[in-house]
Design a protein around this ligand. Structure first.
Ligand code: SF4
Length: 469
């Protein structure tokens, strides 16, 4: 997938001008947030569990090497194979190699942001393996040739009418007006694809080090079919998804669905431990786990950003973010969007290629308030901003630095401060200050949508002096 993160402002302007998209966005993101709030209100122990989840994540990430080794040993003991991928290219090579090893020509996939991150579908198609997404939202955006719009709702931006047209164009379906009929159409087609698939690829919500259990959480049942019907199951996970034990899993399961969709529990939670054993009726003949780094070690080594590896990809921070709710997922230019995308994309794709993202935030703190693992996203947005300013030559960086230096010099000298106050008043008369509002051309980007009160006719000091006589 092409990274276009550095065109955020351009992309966002287009998204804001799209009335249909704005309506879909505010309804869907708002709905998720209302459900999340209600779910936690009805769950008094939720707050305490969020603290506990945070503690478990901090402890695990602090000893990530140890937990990953333990996970690898447990999986091998259960008959699975573990592969380590340093970057996206290596992960693609490993997975394409597995399709060749097993002669797999037909691949089904369940929803996985990590496979989106590595651009897996394109690599599989290039290698000649027919690859079909089986989560309904992912299926829709695969047909449309688009990237996910939201971490948990990839086709959130598509209206029912758009999906009707898409199915007619790409699948040759009749005009289906009802949502139920569209779902049945997709299900009918996917059932047949499941039956013929040689290899299934899934993401991983959690991987339990002690038991070698890979946990997949979903609402449609497609992940369960993906991981059990084909001969081979390949699970792909970012290396931060490991957790120590099943007790920890119980904590995360109680807060993940509530934060994501407002459900007390997702419809399907699959705990998968290696390939089918002797005497077992279900499950794949072979199981492989691909563990991806792709920039995560860099985050781990950075004390300012390490905390972001605690993320459990619930999407709650997107739903409350005033910027995401206007700009939408595609404006971020890569698979991860919203506040979490604005923090991790610069580290995963390079700060020079995603330099605008950490600045696309009002720093209101809503994302920190809803995060189930209490990640301090605003603090890390500021850290990324500092790093970007220090490391890259952003357009506008020099003028910004000059403006801030002028401001600091003015504030540090009484004479300059007094002079600046008077100059400001004179300027305000030039730029429409008479009606009480200021509209200088240099600040038109700001004043187009906001009121800027004109400076007072007299400075405070002058008024004070007059009063004193
Ligand atoms: S940062 Fe927190 S709220 Fe956002 S997706 Fe990750 S876990 Fe969810």
């Amino acid at each position: 997938m092409q990274v276009t993160s550095d065109r955020f402002s351009e992309n966002a302007r287009r998204a804001i001008a799209d009335q249909g998209l704005q309506q879909a966005l505010s309804q869907a993101a708002g709905r998720f947030d209302v459900h999340r709030t209600a779910a936690f209100e009805a769950f008094p122990e939720g707050d305490g569990l969020r603290d506990l989840a945070r503690e478990i994540k901090d402890r695990t990430i602090g000893h990530l090497d140890r937990h990953l080794l333990r996970l690898s040993e447990s999986i091998e003991k259960a008959g699975g194979e573990v592969h380590w991928a340093a970057d996206a290219a290596e992960a693609r090579r490993i997975i394409v190699g597995l399709t060749e090893r097993y002669g797999a020509r037909r691949v089904v996939k369940s929803k996985s942001m990590t496979t989106e991150e590595i651009g897996l579908n394109e690599a599989l198609e290039e290698a000649g393996a027919e690859t079909v997404e089986t989560d309904l939202g992912e299926y829709i955006i695969q047909l449309a040739g688009e990237a996910p719009f939201h971490i948990i709702a990839p086709a959130l931006h598509k209206t029912r009418e758009e999906v009707t047209e898409l199915f007619m164009e790409k699948l040759g379906s009749p005009r289906l007006e009802r949502r139920e009929d569209l779902m049945l159409e997709a299900r009918g087609r996917l059932r047949d694809i499941f039956r013929r698939a040689d290899l299934g690829i899934s993401g991983v919500n959690f991987a339990v080090a002690d038991t070698g259990t890979v946990v997949v959480v979903e609402n449609e049942g497609n992940a369960r079919l993906t991981t059990s019907l084909p001969r081979v199951h390949v699970a792909v996970m970012g290396m931060e998804k490991v957790i120590p034990d099943l007790e920890s899993l119980a904590v995360f399961l109680k807060i993940l669905a509530r934060s994501a969709t407002g459900q007390s529990m997702s419809s399907y939670v699959s705990l998968l431990s290696g390939p089918r054993g002797d005497g077992e009726e279900d499950g794949p003949e072979a199981f492989h786990l691909v563990v991806l780094d792709n920039g995560r070690s860099r985050l781990l080594a950075d004390p300012e950003l390490r905390e972001v590896l605690n993320c459990i990809r619930c999407g709650a921070c997107l739903n409350v973010c005033p910027v995401y709710r206007r700009a939408g997922g595609h404006s971020y230019g890569w698979v991860y969007s919203g506040p979490i995308g604005a923090v991790i994309n610069p580290s995963l794709v390079g700060r020079d290629r995603a330099a605008q993202l950490p600045f696309a935030s009002s720093l209101c703190g809503a994302c920190r308030d809803v995060c189930p693992v209490r990640i301090d996203l605003p603090r890390m947005l500021l850290a990324q901003r500092r790093k970007i300013v220090a490391e890259t030559r952003r357009p506008g960086g020099r003028s910004e630095r000059l403006a801030l230096k002028l401001f600091a010099d003015t504030m540090n000298s009484e004479t300059r401060y007094r002079w600046a106050g008077r100059a400001l008043y004179r300027l305000s008369r030039l730029f429409g200050g008479r009606d009480g509002w200021w509209r200088p051309p240099l600040l038109s980007g700001w004043t187009r949508l906001r009121d800027f009160p004109a400076p007072a006719r007299e400075t405070f000091r002058d008024r004070w002096r007059k009063r004193k006589g």
